[in-house]
Design a binder for this molecule. Structure first.
Ligand SMILES: *Cc1c(COP(=O)(O)O)cnc(C)c1O
Length: 418
C-alpha cells in the first residue's frame, strides 16, 4: 500500500499533485510519502506488539536524514553496515541502544566508533572480526556486545544478488560452526555475548523462509543454553518483500502470527531489520521524457533519469511500474524506457507497454523509495537528484539537487598542473 494515487487523471503524492512538485524542483526527483513511511513502520510495531522487540530500520535502503529522523521519532532503531550509516543513525537521533551493526568488513576505526557510541550489538560475521573486536574493546577498556550472524543455509527464493543465506554466500558463519564460535567468544575477556543474528536475503515474498530460519536459530539458542551460554536477542534480519509488479508479500502481521508462538514461552527480545518493506513503496522517482526514438523497429523512450539515479533495473533486472503523472488516452506502444547514460545497461524498463508518451511528459517510476537514492552515483558526472518529503498537503525539500561544484568537491589539483 502507498499514498501515490490518481485523482481523476493526475497522480498525487498524498494530497499534492506530483506535477506541481516536479515543476517546482525539476526532474529527476525522488518524492517520499510521510504517511506511507509511518504506516509501514507502525505495521511492524503493532504486529510484534505482544512480544518484546526492536525494529531496526536497515539504513542501506534509504539513509536520508529526514526519513531517519521521522522513523526515529516513531521509536525506530537502526541496522547499520558502515561507520557512515552509524553516523547518520546517531545524527538522526536513533537511540544507540537500538542500533545493530552488521557487515563482513568492519574496519578498526568503525569498530572503535561503534564501541564509543554504545550500540546494542555487533553482528559478527567471522572469527577474525571477533578477534579484532575483542582486541579493540580491550584497548578501550570496555566489553563489546556481540551476536554472531549465522548462515542458516536457507534458500530465500529471491534474486541471486539479494539472496544471502546460502552456504556459498560471503555472509555469516555456517550454522554447524556456530557453537564453536560462541565458545570461543565466551573465552574472550572483552566480549559480551548478547544474541544470534541472521538475515537470509531480500524481497522474500513467503513466510516459510523466515519461520525456517527462526526455527534453526531457536535450536541454536537451545544448544547454547545447554552450554551455559545465555542469549537475549534473536535478530531475524530483514528481507520482507514488497509489491513491485504483482507479487503478493505477507504483511508484518502474517509473519508475527507465525513467529511469536515459536518464541512465546522464552524470554528473548526479537530484533527485526526491515528496509525495503518500510521505504520501498513510500517513494517514487519522477522523470521527464526527453526524446522518443524509433530504430530497427524498436521504440525507445529516453528519459532524464538514468542508472546513476536508480540502478535496480540495470543491476538486478528489477521491475518497476512506470505510471504517467498525467493519464492520457494515446495509443499504447511497446518501448524500452532508457536513461541518458552511455551504457547499454542503462534502462529503467524493457519491452514495456505504455501509452505513447510525448516530449516533456512526466513519468513516475514507482516503488523507488528503497535502494533508489541510496544506491545512486555520479556516474557520467550526473548530478544526483533532489529528494522531497510530502506530508499531507505540505511538502519539504529534504535534499537539494547537486550542483556542478558538488562534482569536484574534495578534488585537489597538484601544483605542477596549476
Ligand atoms: C540489507 C539488509 C537488511 C534489509 O533488507 P531488506 O530486504 O531491505 O528488508 C537487513 N539486515 C541486513 C543485515 C541487511 O544486510
Amino acid at each position: 500500500m502507498h499514498d501515490f494515487q490518481y485523482k481523476k487523471s493526475e497522480l498525487y503524492a498524498e494530497k499534492v499533485p506530483v506535477r506541481k512538485i516536479a515543476e517546482e524542483f525539476g526532474t529527476p526527483l525522488y518524492i517520499y510519502s510521510h504517511q506511507t513511511l509511518v504506516r509501514h513502520y507502525t505495521a511492524f510495531k503493532n504486529a510484534f506488539n505482544g512480544y518484546p522487540h526492536i525494529i531496526c530500520f536497515a539504513l542501506k535502503a534509504n539513509s536520508n536524514l529526514s526519513i531517519l529522523k521521522l522513523l526515529a521519532k516513531e521509536g525506530c532503531g537502526a541496522d547499520v553496515v558502515s561507520g557512515g550509516e552509524l553516523f547518520l543513525a546517531i545524527k538522526a537521533g536513533v537511540s544507540a541502544k537500538k542500533i545493530v551493526y552488521a557487515g563482513v568488513g568492519k574496519t578498526g576505526d568503525e569498530i572503535r566508533y561503534a564501541l564509543k557510541s554504545g550500540i546494542l550489538m555487533f553482528n559478527i560475521e567471522s572469527t577474525d572480526e571477533l578477534k579484532a573486536i575483542n582486541k579493540i574493546a580491550g584497548e578501550s577498556g570496555i566489553k563489546a556486545p556481540i551476536a554472531f550472524r549465522v548462515n542458516p543455509n536457507i534458500n530465500a527464493s529471491t534474486h541471486p544478488y539479494i539472496s544471502t543465506g546460502l552456504k556459498k554466500h560471503k555472509f555469516g558463519i555456517p550454522m554447524e560452526h556456530a557453537i564453536e564460535h560462541y565458545k570461543l567468544a565466551r573465552r574472550m575477556p572483552h566480549i559480551d555475548i548478547m544474541g544470534i543474528h541472521c538475515h537470509i536475503g531480500s524481497q522474500i515474498t513467503k513466510i516459510s523462509p523466515f519461520v525456517e530460519a527462526l526455527k534453526k536459530i531457536l535450536l541454536l539458542a537451545k544448544k547454547l543454553k545447554y552450554n551455559d551460554i545465555n542469549i537475549k536477542y534473536l535478530d531475524i534480519g530483514g528481507g520482507l518483500g514488497i509489491t513491485y509488479s504483482n507479487e503478493v508479500s505477507p504483511d508484518p502481521e502474517d509473519i508475527a502470527k507465525e513467529i511469536i508462538p515459536l518464541v512465546r514461552e522464552n524470554n528473548f527480545t526479537l530484533i527485526l531489520e526491515p528496509g525495503r518493506s518500510i521505504a520501498g513503496n513510500a517513494g517514487i522517482l519522477v522523470t521527464k521524457v526527453l526524446y522518443l526514438k524509433n530504430s530497427h523497429k524498436k521504440e525507445f523512450v529516453i528519459v532524464d533519469a538514468g542508472m546513476n539515479d536508480l540502478i535496480r533495473p540495470s543491476l538486478y533486472e528489477a521491475y518497476h511500474h512506470i505510471l504517467p503523472v498525467k493519464k492520457n488516452k494515446r495509443t499504447e506502444i511497446l518501448a524500452d524506457i532508457v536513461g541518458p547514460i552511455c551504457e547499454s545497461g542503462d534502462f529503467i524498463a524493457r519491452e514495456r507497454k505504455l501509452n505513447a508518451p510525448a516530449h516533456r511528459d512526466l513519468l513516475a517510476i514507482m516503488s523507488a523509495g528503497a535502494y533508489g537514492f541510496s544506491m545512486s552515483s555520479n556516474y557520467n558526472s550526473r548530478l544526483r537528484p533532489a529528494e522531497i518529503l510530502v506530508k499531507g498537503s505540505e511538502y519539504f525539500i529534504i535534499r537539494e539537487r547537486e550542483t556542478y561544484n558538488d562534482l569536484i568537491r574534495g578534488e585537489k589539483i597538484p601544483g605542477f598542473l596549476k
